[in-house]
Design a protein around this ligand. Structure first.
Ligand SMILES: [Zn+2]
Ligand SMILES: [Zn+2]
Length: 281
């Protein structure tokens, strides 16, 4: 049995590609990775470049590490940190990876692909830890023991993506990326996140960027949403806390502060996720 709160820590909050540099110091430049810790149970959502620092943090504890890793989809910004995830190189550690196979390829093969010899010198099988793969699809309820359940739903994204809802002890957290809104409210996603304590959601663009009304080209059909659309969704779904997530790599710290301030005027219990930030539910 575990005893404890749901602790959520952001290790990578960026979409598309890592953006180190002087313009992303306050929000962080690593791609998608969120840790959820419940007592000794470790859960990781996505393995973008943020998982590398999470790995170093876990290794410093000097204990055997086991955990479950949930991959939304295998676009690079969600898996590119895995070949550098230190704990996966340690014998006796063990990880279960959940994700979805596509285009006649199993999820395991999609994860192996980025570690083929032409891309990376170490194969997935050579990493050292015991790594087990589980296929997930929309509508699955995964019983993780200790009263922890993870639910899944499909997103609207090129090639597909899966959202996850983790529930434990009457609390819940939803991880919804990458996902593009529709013209009408997406009732499936709305029901999926309904009443959750924290939703971490793809708000890659502003409405103006998405529609191309800011003088640039539109991003319709690119598979991402806006902070304005996320607020419509969470108001309909009756949530507690909203985390803006999967920040556009071109958004600087001051852009993000401005977006966060505007979002809070419409929905006060809202913040733009920052690397290193932790929240207890
Ligand atoms: Zn992405
Ligand atoms: Zn994607």
């Amino acid at each position: 049995m575990v005893n404890g709160d749901i602790n959520v820590t952001f290790w990578g909050v960026r979409g598309s590609r890592p953006v180190p540099g002087i313009h992303t110091i306050r929000f962080g430049g690593n791609t998608s990775c969120v840790q959820i810790q419940i007592g000794d149970r470790l859960f990781i959502f996505d393995a973008g470049s943020g998982i590398v620092d999470l790995g170093q943090y876990l290794l410093k504890k000097g204990k055997k590490i086991s955990g479950e890793i949930f991959i939304s989809h295998t676009h690079w910004d969600h898996i590119q940190g895995f070949p550098f995830f230190g704990p996966a190189f340690v014998k006796d550690n063990n990880f279960i990876l959940y994700g979805q196979g596509k285009m006649n390829q199993t999820f395991a093969n999609l994860m192996r692909g980025q570690m083929e010899y032409t891309h990376f010198p170490v194969s997935l099988e050579q990493m050292g830890a015991a790594i087990d793969f589980r296929e997930v699809d929309s509508g699955h309820d995964i019983d993780l023991g200790d009263g922890i359940i993870v639910k899944t739903i499909h997103n609207n994204h090129p090639g597909g993506s899966i959202s996850y809802r983790l529930e434990y002890g009457g609390k819940s957290c939803c991880y919804v990326t990458d996902n593009e809104h529709y013209d009408d409210l997406d009732l499936n996603i709305c029901n999926f996140i309904s009443g959750t304590d924290l939703v971490i959601i793809d708000t890659n663009y502003t409405d103006e960027e998405y529609l191309g009304t800011n003088g640039s080209f539109p991003r319709v059909g690119w598979g991402h949403s806006t902070w304005q659309e996320a607020i419509k969704l969470v108001k309909a779904a009756g949530l507690k806390k909203l985390a803006l997530y999967h920040h556009d790599p071109f958004h600087t710290d001051s852009d993000m502060e401005s977006i966060e301030q505007q979002a809070r005027e419409r929905y006060p219990d809202c913040f733009a996720a920052r690397e290193g930030m932790s929240i207890t539910l």
